[in-house]
Design a protein around this ligand. Structure first.
Ligand SMILES: [Zn+2]
Length: 199
């Protein structure tokens, strides 16, 4: 799933995501770097940002899923560019008895959602500390990148490549995807009305 997500991000935003090294607070936490590949082959890639991914539930961990900035992008006066760092956190079931961790479609949406917030923070081009990344964003815009990424989970071309049966590796059958989509859209008008009436 992560590989699939990273390939999508690399394709859409013309970046590269690679494992990176940093001290972490739990062995299941992973650290990555996002780079912009150099235009010519020999030049080094440009570091855009880095992130910690803390995907699994464990005793004592705060439940839910969120993303926060660990460090903001900032052109420090006289000290060069500080690149941003983010930490998307989820609570997915961990791998068990040598079997891989399995994600529900809900989990996948959560992963894409939090990663969308992460991209908002990491791909910023703003140099001023108070308004770079997720800082100082208007409330009605703050969920835009997360929704954008979440919507990809409902695209057949995307899901077809991301999904796999735990034993056979077979992708999600198209007929099942169509039923999931129909269930998602069922009564969606009513949900919209409920939202309006609850204001
Ligand atoms: Zn969100």
């Amino acid at each position: 799933m992560l590989d699939g997500l990273f390939r999508i991000v690399e394709t859409l935003f013309e970046v590269r995501i690679r494992p990176d090294e940093a001290p972490v607070w739990h062995p299941s936490v992973r650290f990555f770097r996002i780079e912009r590949p150099a235009a010519s082959g020999d030049a080094p890639a440009e570091l855009i940002g880095q992130f910690y991914l803390d995907p699994h539930a464990r005793p004592g961990k705060r439940p839910g899923a969120w993303m926060d900035g660990t460090r903001d992008r900032w052109a420090r006066p006289g000290a060069g560019l500080q690149t941003p760092v983010a930490h998307p956190v989820c609570n997915f079931a961990p791998p068990l008895d040598g079997r891989p961790a399995l994600l529900t479609h809900d989990d996948v949406q959560t992963l894409f959602h939090e990663f969308g917030h992460g991209l908002h923070h990491l791909l910023t081009r703003v140099d001023d500390l108070g308004v770079s990344g997720i800082s100082g964003v208007e409330w009605d815009a703050v969920e835009l990148p997360s929704q954008f990424m979440e919507n990809l989970c409902w695209e057949w071309e995307v899901l077809q490549r991301l999904s796999g049966h735990v034993d056979s590796g077979e992708p999600l059958p198209r007929a099942l995807f169509d039923r999931m989509l129909a269930a998602k859209n069922f009564h969606s008008g009513l949900q919209m009305l409920r939202r309006w009436s609850s204001r």
